[in-house]
Design a protein around this ligand. Structure first.
Ligand code: SAH
Length: 249
């Protein structure tokens, strides 16, 4: 059976996925630990992505070249940029762009030189399956997380968004910076540090991929406060639930 690659951005998410795997085997490569095994009966390889564009691109390249994978799923957290994108919402990337790519005036701003494009498209079929899984898990989230976490993080009525996700080698934690990103890229729903790099690698290898992000903060002056608590209390508990539902569905 073809193997599915899952890149998790956080240690907590990786542990949650490994806990669902009955038979994982460790394979070290390139300073990373790849975990081969089964999740919901599917052949999978699970790995910590590592943070930032270069690290994530290296991890994705190793998956594409050494593990015989037929699709790649990235799960992690992100800062919300779009007006209605709140902490606890889920964002599925339809397109990804590197917001810190700028070879102007030689190339248009954000265009990746020699690719003739700034946006890389995620796989539509994977996104449809993940959207169904996310809706199911979001509907159950209050029961899964418990009333305290739901109240603490204002997680009532959480939504799924689909659209543009932007990536760069910065943790965006300032209101001025997030406003500048919104002005330059008004369609952007969320900002993170890996997705567009993984997208470019998958484009190079013709590998279908998807990027699923839970919103951990609003990329503003309070981002550094919101982020660790959210990872601990919320994100680690249910991004694995969405992946498991997707694989089982
Ligand atoms: N010390 C932290 C570092 C996290 S860096 C830790 O490892 O626990 C932030 C991570 O979350 C990156 O993987 C990035 O993709 C994502 N992210 C969440 N909020 C973000 C924001 N506001 N700006 C950029 N990346 C963000």
């Amino acid at each position: 059976m073809p193997r599915i690659a899952i890149m998790a951005a956080m240690h907590e998410e990786l542990s949650a996925l490994l806990a669902l795997m009955p038979d994982e085997q460790r394979r070290p490569l390139g300073g990373r630990e790849f975990w081969l095994g089964h999740l919901h009966g599917r052949d999978v390889v699970v790995v910590l992505s590592r943070i930032g564009k270069v690290a994530a691109a290296t991890t994705a390249t190793l998956l594409a070249t050494h593990f015989d994978v037929e699709r790649l799923l990235f799960t992690g957290v992100a800062g919300g940029l779009g007006a209605g994108v709140k902490v606890g919402d889920v964002v599925l990337a339809e397109h990804l762009l590197q917001h810190d790519m700028d070879a102007s005036p030689l190339f248009p701003r954000h265009e990746v030189p020699l690719y003739g494009r700034s946006r890389f498209e995620a796989d539509a079929a994977m996104n449809d399956g993940l959207a169904r899984a996310s809706q199911r898990v979001l509907a159950e989230a209050p029961a899964r997380l418990g009333a305290d976490a739901v109240a603490a993080f204002g997680l009532q009525g959480r939504a799924l968004h689909r659209g543009l996700v932007i990536s760069g080698d910065r943790f965006v934690s300032g209101t001025a910076e997030s406003e500048a990103l919104r002005a330059a890229l008004p369609q952007a729903l969320a900002v993170e540090m890996e997705g567009a790099a993984v997208a470019q690698v998958c484009h190079d290898f013709g590998l279908p991929f998807a990027v699923l992000r839970t919103i951990s903060d609003r990329a503003d002056d309070t981002a550094h406060v919101d982020f660790p608590a959210f990872i601990r209390e919320v994100a680690s508990r249910y991004s694995a639930a969405i992946v498991a539902d997707y694989l089982g569905g």
